[in-house]
Design a protein around this ligand. Structure first.
Ligand code: FRU
Length: 461
């Protein structure tokens, strides 16, 4: 079934049909950014995962390729699960987890390799790792990178026999033979029963370990996201904890559905992140409006990463400015604005010199409010299934002075203070829901700019 055109997200990666989940294999190869994603081609449930594939030179125009990996071999017969890509000697290497249910209905996981000369057609090379001893079959999502000495590293999500979440570090000189060198979880606070989608990045002098602990209640407010997705700033590859700065687990995104982020470096060494938008409670997922049109979920917009004062800073990728049309609306030094936006797709940017409280009302049922005394942002929305008002709250490190909102028919992404905190969410608007109100108390020198965004007519058609 093909998506109903008018409801398709226009500048997000969405599946042509079926269910999309994690971003996979993010890479830059032969002049193009490659984005793969977990894809059930046959329905909107979590089964039969293959790797969907798109590529782009500019993040605006995307080309759809045939699925890169599809389940069917003995080592991946029930799904080609998440993983990553690296480029070596003009070849693309995909590392992924083969998901197998054996005759007794038990899970088996195989860490597999597939290679490609052209970045479009892949040859499966089969499993490359043994099941590690001391861990359950919940071992998946290999993320591979090369360090400055040329050594290849892999982090793998895992679960100990005592059902504690962890990540394993493997190393290799040739991408084929791998040695297990470290259980990363042994040096970090215990969190949940399984860690999914680990990732490790170096941003100038900082090392960042990202992971998605399932079942962790740490810092979890009632009715929060099903599983967390966060990071710790620390070189978890090294053992010397005395030298390490201590950093606590921090969320990557403070909104609703965000999960399973993955990063990669492009040809200019920028580190770019995509996340899945995203993880929902299974009962809520079944009733997401696009399910009746035969498809569900999207990736977030791409974000550019840096670390500033012990925090991951995430900004919308500058290339997205090319989506702006010329008919911008600019409001200066206004206490209140109340308008109907020209379209459902907009970027809105607010600058404030000094503010007390701000209340922004978007569409019928989304509200962002800022409390200057507590230096706190609260975002609420009405859930499409339960009709309950859901809330997310986050404290800012500095007073709010900047806000950038990317909105589409059924998604909203808020970047606060040039990327200090990000909130993402799904929210399905009716065609007529174009209302945007802002009330600013005690603000001076404010500028609000609204750009209607281009219609690209579907990234994946
Ligand atoms: C995270 C995840 C991964 C797994 C994939 C399966 O959302 O559960 O751990 O590889 O999705 O689609």
């Amino acid at each position: 079934m093909i998506n109903k055109k008018e409801n398709r997200l226009q500048f997000h990666i969405v599946p042509p049909h079926g269910l999309l989940n994690d971003p996979n294999g993010l890479s830059y190869f032969n002049g193009k950014h490659h984005v793969f994603y977990q894809w059930n081609q046959n329905g909107t449930t979590h089964q039969n995962k293959s790797w969907g594939h798109v590529s782009s030179e500019d993040f605006i125009k995307w080309e759809t390729h045939p699925p890169a990996l599809e389940p069917g071999d003995w080592f991946d017969k029930d799904g080609c699960y998440s993983g990553s890509a690296v480029i070596d000697q003009e070849k693309m290497y995909l590392f992924y987890t083969g998901n197998v249910r054996n005759e007794r209905g038990e899970r088996e996981s195989y860490q597999c390799l597939a290679t490609s000369e052209d970045g479009i057609h892949f040859i499966k090379q089969g499993p490359i790792l043994e099941q590690p001893k001391g861990y359950t079959a919940h071992v998946r999502d290999p993320k591979v990178w090369q360090d400055e000495t040329g050594l290849w590293n892999m982090v793998l999500g895992a679960q100990t026999l005592k059902e504690k979440g962890t990540a394993l570090l493997y190393q290799s000189n040739n991408l084929i033979d791998w040695n297990l060198v470290k259980d990363i979880g042994e040096t970090l606070p215990s969190m949940g029963y399984m860690w999914e989608c680990p990732d490790f990045i170096t941003l100038e002098d900082d090392q960042v370990f990202l992971y998605c602990p399932q079942g962790s209640e740490i810092d979890r407010q009632p009715n929060e996201n099903l599983y967390q997705s966060g990071y710790i700033i620390r070189n978890v590859l090294e053992d010397d904890t005395c030298k390490q700065q201590s950093s606590k687990f921090q969320k990557v995104d403070y909104g609703f559905e965000f999960y399973a982020p993955q990063t990669y470096q492009d040809s200019t060494n920028r580190t770019i992140l995509y996340g899945w938008l995203g993880l929902m409670d299974p009962e809520v997922e079944k009733t997401f409006p696009s399910v009746k049109d035969g498809y569900i979920h999207a990736l977030t917009i791409p974000r550019l990463l840096e670390v500033v004062r012990g925090k991951l800073i995430q900004k919308p990728l500058p290339e997205l400015k090319k989506l702006r049309t010329e008919e911008s609306l600019i409001y200066e030094n206004r206490q209140e604005i109340d308008l109907q936006l020209p379209t459902l797709q907009n970027e809105i940017e607010c600058h404030w010199k000094k503010i007390e409280n701000v209340q922004i009302h978007i569409r019928k049922e989304v509200e962002l409010s800022y409390d200057a005394v507590k230096q706190e942002i609260t975002i609420t929305r009405t859930n499409w299934k339960t009709q309950m008002i859901e809330k997310r709250i986050a404290q800012l490190d500095q007073p709010m002075h900047h806000l950038q909102i990317f909105m589409e028919h059924s998604s909203l992404e808020f970047f606060v203070n040039e990327g200090e905190k990000v909130f993402s969410m799904r929210y399905v608007a009716e065609e007529s829901e174009k209302g945007f109100q802002i009330k600013q108390i005690g603000t001076r020198n404010n500028t609000i700019t609204i750009w209607p965004l281009q219609t690209i007519d579907g990234i994946l058609s």
